[in-house]
Design a protein around this ligand. Structure first.
Ligand code: ZN
Length: 190
């Protein structure tokens, strides 16, 4: 399964590894190997991190806590106490190391450092009163993302994952209702 890093924050991207949360949830992390790949693909995290069974379970519990907190924030309600406890405790762990070299940045650390970094990023965005968190506008997606666009007018988590699907569906609907091919395709605006 392809991972999407479109939420603007690693904590939200981790939460987004479960899609369609209110229908039949689809989990992109089915085991430790998937999490190792997700970590390697995430820009802010070390490339080679070993994940064992217990570590995987901790990561999933952090993921669900972060999702719950993000949803609480989107719905403007009090944070869930248990989720706060998990996020805060994880954030207190060691952080990844950063080394500058001629080839650029080298990030080091084990799974504990990875989870701590993710928790800290999540806490920072959830605590920021100016951060505009939204749930994707495509029905059934349920991904929460950070809208950094001007005037916060972004509607979808990512163009590829959801924006294009919506546009294609709208295009098909227009085509059906007009009985003719519209002059602008799904790639037209936007
Ligand atoms: Zn979406």
């Amino acid at each position: 399964m392809e991972f999407a890093f479109v939420s603007g924050n690693p904590a939200l991207d981790l939460a987004g590894t479960v899609g369609s949360r209110r229908d039949e949830a689809v989990d992109a992390l089915s085991g430790p190997a998937d999490l190792e790949r997700w970590i390697a693909e995430c820009d802010e995290l070390p490339d080679r991190v070993r994940v064992g069974r217990a570590g995987f379970e901790s990561a999933l519990s952090l993921r669900e806590a972060l999702y719950r907190l993000a949803l609480d924030r989107v719905l403007d309600r009090r944070f869930d106490r248990d989720s706060l406890e998990i996020a805060n405790r994880t954030a207190a762990g060691p952080v990844p190391g950063l080394e500058l070299g001629d080839t650029g940045l080298h990030i080091t650390g084990d799974l504990r450092a990875v989870l701590s970094h993710i928790a800290r990023s999540g806490i920072a965005v959830l605590a920021d009163p100016d951060a505009c968190l939204k749930e994707c506008g495509r029905t059934g997606c349920t991904r929460i993302y950070l809208d950094r666009s001007r005037g916060a007018r972004r509607t979808w988590c990512g163009m590829e994952a959801c924006g294009n699907r919506i546009k294609a569906a709208n295009y098909r609907a227009r085509k059906r209702s007009s009985g003719a091919v519209a002059d602008r395709g799904p790639e037209g605006a936007g």
